[in-house]
Each structure stands twice: as C-alpha cells, then as structure tokens.
Ligand binder design. Structure first.
Ligand SMILES: [Zn+2]
Length: 110
C-alpha cells in the first residue's frame, strides 16, 4: 500500500485495525483536505481522499462513505465502506432502531 498523502500524513499507519484520526483540518465533524494549488477554500473530504488513494478504488459519484467504526474523523480504509445513497439511508434508519450492528462496533465478536 504505497501512496502519497502529503507531509502531514507521512508515518501514519493505515495497515492496522485501529481507528486512525485525521490530523488535519475538520469541518462538520469530518476531516477535510485542501486541494493542492486550488486555494484555501477548495477542500475535499479527507476520508474519501484517503480511501481512494489507499485502495485504488474510485468512490462512485453520489455515493457515501459509511464509517463502520462510527468515527467520522477516522481515515482507516478498513473502516470505510462505499454505499449508495439508498443503502446509506437504510443503514441510518436501522442504526437508529438499533438493528444495524457492524463488526467494528465495540464489543461485537465478529
Ligand atoms: Zn475507524
């Protein structure tokens, strides 16, 4: 897994299973990253950026990243799952009802 994340992220271990906190700027609870050469106001979601860089996969347009660890600041690609807007809505409503449990939830055995 070799990819360039910029000087701030050098040395961050994305191979482990633990949550990795985004060390940069935050907006609305999510990490954001400046787009190089595009000025201070243009940012991208850090976790989406890291996911695409780390996995080499493109997140389909309009899709969401579901943080399976429920930690929005986390940038561990293993804790991210691209979901369609429909799937995202379903997960949100079932999570509210307590039906949706994921393997990265604390205390889950699998
Ligand atoms: Zn995480």
């Amino acid at each position: 897994m070799e990819f360039e994340l910029g000087p701030r992220l050098k040395g961050i271990d994305l191979k482990g299973d633990k949550c990795v906190m985004w060390p940069g700027a935050m907006r609305n609870g999510y990490g954001v990253k400046k787009i190089p050469g595009k000025g201070d106001n243009s940012t991208i979601n850090a976790h989406r950026y890291v996911y695409e860089k780390a996995t080499g996969k493109k997140i389909p347009k309009g899709w969401h990243i579901d943080h399976t660890c429920r930690n929005r600041r986390c940038i561990n690609p293993k804790h991210m799952e691209p979901v369609s807007p429909k799937e995202n809505m379903m997960r949100r409503s079932s999570a509210k009802k307590g039906e949706y449990k994921h393997k990265y939830y604390k205390g889950e055995a699998n």
